[in-house]
Design a binder for this molecule. Sequence first.
Ligand SMILES: Nc1ncnc2c1ncn2[C@@H]1O[C@H](COP(=O)(O)OP(=O)(O)O)[C@@H](O)[C@H]1O
Ligand SMILES: [Mg+2]
Length: 238
Amino acid sequence: MADPMTDPVEDPMLDLSGLAYRWPGSGFGIDVPRLTIPRGQSLFLHGPSGSGKSTLLSLICGILAPDRGAVRLDGRDLATLGARARDRARADGIGVIFQMFNLIPYLSGEANILLPLRFAPARRANCPDPQAQARRLADELGLDPQVLAIPAARLSVGQQQRIAVARAMIGQPPLIVADEPTSALDAQAQAGFVDLLFDQVAQAGATLLLVSHDDRLAPRFDRQLALPDIARITRGAV
Ligand SMILES: Nc1ncnc2c1ncn2[C@@H]1O[C@H](COP(=O)(O)OP(=O)(O)O)[C@@H](O)[C@H]1O
Ligand SMILES: [Mg+2]
């Protein structure tokens, strides 16, 4: 049987190889020899708290630069691009749902949804009428249209979470990355949230990578991996 880690698929959405990063001053290091995610796959990556999930996502999203190794996103090796082209490739290629949602508190829900388009020309080209797309996403995510006018700081956790999903989806980036997006929700709200997320991802034909310490959501995904099975972790003196 094909092993997606040792027999990488042809033209994957994401391909990490020989990736290594060590946090300066902490002694925590992560090594990922190979991880490939085929186009259109939903992948659940499980790992206990402190195992390096957010660090790995930061490397994928370009918030952190790896010490070694390559990130190939949508067919392009990010290290071969100049800084501006790399930032654009990431903003165009990845919609991110952060653990704490990271909305801009003083901006309205709508302005938060539209924000990634400023940095992502291909996503902007995918929505000729950005406001209309923001409203459509909000509607599909079950958000009352009035919520779009309210500053993010005044929204409930559930509303903020839906705004965060709409912000990740706007302009149809091919890869959606989500960092424990359900950790603030009870079990019933979690299931509803995952339904909404899967609907959006399927509609857009996107690839999904979701990390969590809570493996109850795992069965919903095409593929499940445990972080310790794909990554070598080192802890200790610097
Ligand atoms: N800003 C930071 N500075 C130094 N070390 C960090 C920082 N963030 C995370 N780490 C180290 O990386 C380890 C893994 O953290 P993280 O990737 O956030 O794990 P997870 O998301 O799985 O809970 C932490 O235990 C810590 O040692
Ligand atoms: Mg984390």
